[in-house]
Design a binder for this molecule. Sequence first.
Ligand code: BGC
Length: 460
Amino acid sequence: MPKFPTPSRKLPPELTAHTIRRHVFWAAAITAVGGLLFGYDTGVVSGALLFLHVDFGKMSSFDKELVTSLLLVGAMVGAFFAGKVADRIGRRPTVLITAVLFIVGVLGAALSPSFSFLVVMRFVIGIAVGSASMVVPLYIGEAAPPQIRGALVSFNQLAITSGILTAYLVDYGLASSENWRLMFGLATIPAAALFVGMLFQHESPHWLIAQGREDEARVVLHRVRASTDIEAEISEVRALRHGKSRARELFDPSVRAMLTVGVLLAVFQQVTGINTIIYYAPTLLHGAGLGNSASLLANVANGAVNVGMTIVAIRLIDRVGRRPLLLGGTTGMAVALIVLALAFVIGGNHLTGATAIVAIGALLVYTGSFAIGLGPVFWLLISEIYPVGIRGQAMSVATIANWGANFVVTGSFLTLLGAIHGSGTFFLFGFLTLVALVYFQRRVPETKNRSLQAIEHDLP
Ligand code: BGC
């Protein structure tokens, strides 16, 4: 196993509340660069695809699908290993390894001598994306104090959405030069920043306690908690370390119930259609009769709404709680999808005038509603509802389900559009969103303002 520097065991002097907040904020912001890479690498390919033929000759639909979807397969593999690795060697080395994989993948993709090399590199980037998608919320959730944990973990979602928007803008900006290599390669900068930034961060305090390394945990906690809260937190986390075998613990009835909640949240986050919009909005709008530049503009507006509403979610999530945002946001998504479907029913497959405006409006409301609810709340909740000893592995299961569902939905979307048109497709997503709403109302717990230990203690 690679060796990374561990923090010194000497306790620092008492820090001011301001300094503590600064430490927590930086820990979250640096780690969230992993989210930026997740968003950028999933978003950038749509533009890059247009220019691969410059170096590799004519691209078939299959070739394009391969470059796009191998990232999702890699993400499943990455999420599978990252949980085990994070529970075994720690959260911080897992982030460092992930950053190295990002650097190798994006540099390799940018310099690809052949198409098959590029395909392999997209798989490597996928492994890094899958790993980052779970280890970032995991790390931030354990470093953050309960009162602001929702906002800090949701920095990750803000970074994802900013990464997607940046990718759209880079694709747009580089389109005239047809420089697909630079489109991929620019991600080397945040990947290197993640690696260097993480070198200066400490291991997650909860993981250290779960390993029995309380002296080190105490040093880390002194940086991110008021000193009056530290001993109680250490003894609470210690009390939750029980002797059961880790793998077996995953199948404990209490964990199993929450595993189901995590997996269904993951699946609903995808089968309600978000990535059909994120990946295909320009294709969809263009196909529906909008001009090229209008489609691209609507796409950038959609990306901006995604970022903007995530900021609103960050401001609200610790005040109003997870459930109201989740239920309110999912309701908004359902209404918008049904309106979108109706626009296709009325306008047919070629939207013009009023139906085009209604469709674009519905798209923006849909994305905004996702951004305020199911987007951030899924990643936050799966970092909160699992026992500390197997948190990484349990998050892995939910994360694999998320990438798997993403793969199935985005892989079948164009076929679905061909078979049942815009109207049928969006009615289907609308129906699935209503099913999700009923499930969330019944089963998803509120975790606002509670310590991870208290949440674990109250597991059903
Ligand atoms: C989802 C991604 C999606 C992104 C869009 C994330 O929470 O997991 O699949 O592309 O949100 O903002």
